[in-house]
Design a protein around this ligand. Structure first.
Ligand SMILES: *[C@@H]1O[C@H](CO)[C@@H](O)[C@H](O)[C@H]1NC(C)=O
Ligand SMILES: *[C@@H]1O[C@H](CO)[C@@H](O)[C@H](O)[C@H]1NC(C)=O
Ligand SMILES: *[C@@H]1O[C@H](CO)[C@@H](O)[C@H](O)[C@H]1NC(C)=O
Ligand SMILES: *[C@@H]1O[C@H](CO)[C@@H](O)[C@H](O)[C@H]1NC(C)=O
Ligand SMILES: *[C@@H]1O[C@H](CO)[C@@H](O)[C@H](O)[C@H]1NC(C)=O
Ligand SMILES: *[C@@H]1O[C@H](CO)[C@@H](O)[C@H](O)[C@H]1NC(C)=O
Ligand SMILES: *[C@@H]1O[C@H](CO)[C@@H](O)[C@H](O)[C@H]1NC(C)=O
Ligand SMILES: *[C@@H]1O[C@H](CO)[C@@H](O)[C@H](O)[C@H]1NC(C)=O
Ligand SMILES: *[C@@H]1O[C@H](CO)[C@@H](O)[C@H](O)[C@H]1NC(C)=O
Length: 498
């Protein structure tokens, strides 16, 4: 039997699509949070925002249960405290895998174990047991026949790279050669990937003005400020691309190839102390939205254009219980009530405009909350509105506010009853609007939009224990920046020196 040409073309097209539309933006979920919502609410929010990939810093049982049967892909974490025990004992590793991985599969789609958080720079003394820990965990997965679904890797900070700029000459800090060499060998032998925590925010802040902020925020650079690697002549339109390429080149310098890089943490803090003027909502919004746009264009960095840069944003909620400067506690993109801290292109809270002339009945902004609660009670009770969508775990539960719940309930009542004389009043707390209040996943009654995602399926994912280490790398960064600058200036052909 021969393959029909159209079928062959369709299949090829399918492969093309499925390969190319691979890139995802996931989110890290740190738990040093006052009033952390229950796991079921966190998962409802993930679903509402169509977030398809998460990274946990530990193996929290509540989260792993709540993530079951959701199709959300999950990276779980061995904490730095656990690395030592696992690296010293295969049976501890096996018990860890049984308790935290095997017990939840296949219901929960665990796709990787992140062993520690920036171990080499955070707890250098544990370096000798890091690769043994990875090996023991992998062997335990093999024994449980889970090694094909679950990869083992270890997130590293940019600080393991001694000289990140220009990317073409980047190398790992040679004091880590032997550990990094073993890590890369392990990753290659097990078809795993390199986990990179890359923060343009810190690189920018510590560069003392050598790099323009536009470069860190993925914004266009003026002709005179183009950033070009003098050796490859690759244009780097964003620092994010440069950091990923520095990592690829460092890996290559140790003669490894075919190990993809996944960015397990990146982001931008939206608040900071008086000495942290760049930690603003505006910059965070710009960075994360441009990041999502960048990743979802499915191209790799200049040296690896065909390998999309799968990325996890740091992080879901502010980890307000963490120590350190204000910025350290201000990376969250959602409030714990489920509302956006700033508008993010991942989500569902932005209204979808549509052309229908339907009018919607919603809660008046600023209306008294007690009156709104009475209105909800009446609409969902006597008024017979269908309020199931605003129950916990349902698509319209978020944002979990009286205002939102009242809007949903009022509108459902109104759409059913207005032809029978039902009005949009609710003791003066309701108002009509032609703006469809629906979001990507919460469809208001009467809305004609399909509620489908405008944004491609995005995967979103934090590490809690060690990100503050990133704050202590300034001398190295400043030094490498100067080197990069010097290289650019020395290159006489470089008309693009900024
Ligand atoms: C997931 O779905 C399966 C099959 O439908 C069911 O047996 C299991 O209890 C569900 N798991 C959870 C945690 O809801
Ligand atoms: C789990 O994730 C993997 C990796 O993307 C995917 O291939 C697989 O279909 C997922 N499994 C389930 C049950 O959703
Ligand atoms: C390399 O790592 C060593 C040990 O951690 C550190 O002392 C040194 O400053 C690092 N060198 C560079 C260039 O980062
Ligand atoms: C580490 O690896 C680099 C790159 O391959 C090499 O140039 C360097 O000499 C090595 N350093 C040590 C201490 O082995
Ligand atoms: C990488 O391979 C080249 C060419 O085979 C060799 O000269 C070089 O020493 C190797 N470097 C390392 C770090 O193994
Ligand atoms: C994708 O992003 C890269 C790097 O930012 C950029 O060079 C390229 O032009 C973009 N491609 C598209 C199709 O937008
Ligand atoms: C959600 O919480 C944030 C932060 O606490 C607050 O600013 C915001 O007003 C709340 N949103 C609503 C709709 O209540
Ligand atoms: C929406 O309305 C505008 C102006 O009336 C029209 O140009 C546009 O084609 C409409 N879009 C859709 C999707 O119907
Ligand atoms: C109420 O709404 C839900 C969806 O939000 C729907 O599944 C259910 O069938 C509705 N119930 C009635 C009685 O209309």
């Amino acid at each position: 039997m021969t393959l029909k040409p159209w079928l062959a073309i369709s299949i090829l097209f399918f492969f093309f699509i499925s390969n190319v539309i691979g890139a995802f933006v996931g989110i890290n979920i740190g738990t040093d949070v006052t009033n952390l919502p229950p796991a079921s609410d966190v998962v409802a929010l993930l679903k509402a925002r169509q977030i398809t990939h998460v990274r946990l810093f530990n193996a929290d049982a509540h989260m792993l249960n709540a993530l079951a049967n959701t199709s959300i892909e999950v990276i779980i974490g061995v904490t730095n405290e656990e690395v030592l025990g696992i690296g010293e004992s295969p049976s501890t590793a096996a018990a860890w895998v049984n308790r935290n991985v095997a017990a939840y599969m296949p219901g929960t789609n665990i796709t990787a174990i992140a062993v520690g958080s920036e171990v080499l720079t955070a707890i250098p003394n544990a370096a000798p047991v890091l690769v043994p820990a990875m090996n023991y965990l992998h062997k335990a997965l093999v024994a449980s026949r889970l090694n094909n679904q679950v990869k083992v890797s270890t997130p590293q900070s940019m600080d393991v790279i001694a000289k990140a700029f220009p990317p073409s000459t980047a190398t790992f800090n040679s004091s880590w050669n032997s550990t990094i060499f073993q890590i890369l060998q392990f990753l290659r032998n097990t078809n795993s990937y390199y986990m990179l925590n890359a923060y343009p925010y810190y690189e920018y802040v510590h560069s003392d003005g050598i790099f323009p902020i536009e470069y860190a925020l993925f914004q266009p650079l003026s002709a005179v400020k183009q950033i070009v690697d003098p050796n490859t002549l690759f244009h780097y339109v964003s620092m994010f691309d440069a950091l990923v390429d520095a990592t690829y080149n460092s890996i290559e310098a140790l003669n490894f190839s075919d190990i993809p890089v996944v960015v397990t943490e990146t982001g931008w803090p939206w608040a900071g102390g008086s000495n942290e003027p760049d930690a603003t909502k505006e910059n965070a919004e710009t960075f994360n939205n441009n990041l999502i746009r960048r990743v979802s264009n499915d191209t790799g960095p200049p040296s690896q254009p065909k390998i999309p840069i799968n990325t996890f944003i740091y992080e879901m909620f502010n980890e307000d219980k963490r120590p350190g400067p204000i910025s350290e506690r201000s990376w969250g993109v959602f409030s714990t009530n489920g509302s956006d801290v700033y508008t993010l292109g991942l989500g569902s809270s932005d209204s979808i405009s549509d052309n229908s002339s339907t009018a919607f009945c919603v809660a008046k902004p600023g209306a008294d909350e007690n009156k709104l609660q009475d209105g909800i009670n009446w609409a969902c009770g006597q008024g017979r509105a269908n309020c199931s969508a605003i129950q916990s775990g349902k698509p319209c539960y978020f944002p979990d506010t009286i205002q939102n719940h009242a809007s949903y309930a009022y509108n459902d009542y109104y759409q059913r009853m207005h032809s029978l004389g039902g009005t949009c009043d609710f003791d003066g707390t309701a108002t009509m609007t032609t703006q469809d209040p629906s979001s990507r996943t919460c469809k208001f009654t009467g809305s004609s939009n399909s509620g489908g995602g405008v944004f491609p399926p995005a995967a979103f994912g934090p590490i809690s224990a060690t990100s503050q280490c990133s704050t202590i790398r300034s001398p190295v960064i400043a030094y490498t920046m100067v080197v990069f600058l010097a290289l650019l200036i020395l290159d006489v052909n470089a008309h693009f020196v900024f």
